[in-house]
Ligand binder design. Structure first.
Ligand code: GDP
Ligand code: MG
Length: 177
């Protein structure tokens, strides 16, 4: 875990949620360190990384939390949700079940999190074109129905990763000013 210092900047807690293996940890490492790993290292416990972004000319600190999604018990502790201003709800476009499960993750969020939380639905692994099981249209229309932002990403190719995090933080910031 690492932090940078920008003590005066407003700061937002962002959480990554979604099934195990969808690419949460790689989205985070791509965004924060421009790194991708082929191994599947399940995240142990909960960790966060802090990154300062510039939104509308203002420095904003994003404290981004990642957790292991590998336990069968989907109920994450309230502490994970507590104080979160935004969430990236991630599924894997090549595994339909991970999209189905976003419905449960969303229900969880709505039970535990701040109702004003800004949520982006993220269809990750958009690089694996030949085995897409969840089309862009299906992802997008679910997001619209649930009033979520929507983006498809590839942590592998670094497609839309920066945008997913930056737009989320910008939307949180603009809701508050
Ligand atoms: P997490 O359990 O949600 O944190 O998922 P990980 O970030 O650990 O990724 C799980 C597996 O998917 C790893 O083998 C990664 O290399 C792979 N992966 C993650 N993102 C992508 C992506 O955008 N494209 C492809 N092709 N594989 C990915
Ligand atoms: Mg992980």
């Amino acid at each position: 875990r690492e932090e940078d210092n920008n003590a005066d900047a407003p700061f937002f807690k962002i959480i990554l949620i979604g099934d195990s293996g969808v690419g949460k940890s790689n989205l985070l490492s791509r965004f924060c360190h421009n790194k991708f790993t082929l191994e599947f290292n399940s995240t142990i416990g909960v960790e966060y990384t802090t990154k300062t972004l510039t939104i509308d000319g203002h420095p904003i600190m994003a404290q981004i939390w990642d957790t292991s999604g590998h336990t069968k018990v989907r109920s994450i502790t309230d502490a994970y949700y507590r104080g979160a201003a935004g969430a990236l709800l991630v599924y894997d476009v090549t595994r339909h079940i991970t999209f189905v499960n976003t419905h449960k993750w969303l229900a969880d969020l709505r039970n535990h999190a701040d109702p004003n939380m800004v949520v982006t639905l993220v269809g990750n692994k958009s690089d694996v074109r030949q085995s897409v099981m969840v089309s862009t249209e299906v992802g997008k229309s679910f997001a619209e129905k649930e009033s979520l932002y929507f983006v498809e990403t590839s942590a592998l190719r670094a497609t839309n990763v920066e945008q997913a995090f930056t737009d989320l933080v910008a939307n949180i910031y603009r809701n508050q000013v």
